[in-house]
Design a protein around this ligand. Sequence first.
Ligand code: CFM
Length: 537
Amino acid sequence: MAVTEKQLQEILDQYPSKVQKNRKKHILIKDGEHAAQIIEANTRTVPGIITNRGCAYAGCKGVVLGPLKDMVHITHGPIGCAYYTWGTRRNKAKNDDPSQYFLNYSFSTDMQESDIVFGGEKKLAKVIDDVVEIFHPKAITVSATCPVGLIGDDVGAVAKAAEGRHGIPVLSFSCEGYKGVSQSAGHHIANNILMDKVIGSSDLEEAPGKYPINILGEYNIGGDGWEIERVLKEIGYTVVSVMTGDGTYKDLRNAHTAELNLVQCHRSINYIAEMLEVKYGTPWLKVNFIGVNGTTESLRNMALYFGDEALIQKTEEVIAREVARVEPLMDQYKKICDGKTAFCFVGGSRGHHYQGLFAELGIETVLAGYEFAHRDDYEGREVIPTIKTDADSKNIPELHVTTDERRFRLKVSPEKMEELKKKIPLSYYAGMNAEMKDGSIIVDDLNHFETEEFIKILKPDIFASGIKDKYVIQKMGIPAKQLHSYDYSGPYAGFNGAVNFARDVSMGFASPTWNFIVPPWQDEPLLSGTVNEEGVA
Ligand code: CFM
């Protein structure tokens, strides 16, 4: 079943005309006949609309910096900003050095009204001093929140002075929540400073082992990164650093020594991937470790890049063993899942990544989208030069990285690079849209009104999204699976992760709960109305 243009128009007709004009550009019905279907993305949400998006601070401190376990991350702001970016994302980490492990603490300047009136710089300096005295971290980050930017605290100056007092890096991030239209701005801000101040800052010149790689955009939600590393290490790769799930400041400093950068989440970290290529000559490979097929293909592409016979053989051995092990389990769950349909709406990568895993279980994704991704995550990186910069995107400083004369080394010859690019997504991402079936709906920044409307038409069997819409969906009689935090489960990546996911989704379908819920379309109220500029009609 698909949504027709007429049905889509009927949904849009319920909006005031200005809103309708805006939202129309964010929704597509996939049509392969049209060579280029443009979707608007990374622009402001209409005020008042219930979006699932977060803020720039969330993207910087919560997403990119937060998982780095051997740094103290101080939130300069009201307590809620620190509290709600602490633990809820389920980015797991091992405490392998208790003297330098800080993820079980939430650090905040706990700004009060008097600090807003008289300024919070002194309080921040004092918090940094206390942190150094009590915890002795080797590095600290300070992230700014909205009120700090509004009152004009000079976080950078406070951090610099603290570096002088304590002799350790104190990195400041001007990631006030309002700095961008979503958390995407925060990713960019964090990427820039990590690249500028941390990556490549060690003296290490040679990687500590064979086939050295960095894993970018893998945040170890529910233990995903561990399952990926289990397989990579068995094949023989040396993981130099992970950005940033279960990651460390210590390892990030060595990231320049890798021969290849894997990019799992393109949206949150493509900036670092690109800058590493410019500065050190290290290409990046778009991987997708979600799903058995995604994992298998990613492993094969990596082996092809290194081109080493022994590595290729070992890769095939591990794939054959793992697939033989998980296939019977997947088949068992497929019996429950086959023929079902899903909505898959997540932040910036998973809206795409999970479609393959759904397909392996016989579940068709009929609607997908991202909260805050950019056009390239939908349409492919070739559209980047055509993306218009607006006032919001100009707000984020661009970091201009140049070649590191001493350390730059081409990892593969330009000819080999061209040859490889024909076979594998090297320094390239094709985006989500290309893989979606004709007739499926692609929605950017899906809001709660549209969520309900599309559900009424398409009646999906499962809705994969997050905490903000989960309970509304379940009250409509549809199982909802959180693909941000994985509810309380995971890992979902790699071979074992695929089985966990299949099990959890099957449990959702098999639960008798849904028989006790009457969805609203079986019991619709007789009155309905529309809102236009003049008011309620
Ligand atoms: Fe990347 Fe992420 Fe995602 Fe993301 Fe996020 Fe996340 Fe996400 Mo929630 S980094 S873009 S900012 S894959 S926290 S681990 S699940 S929205 S799709």
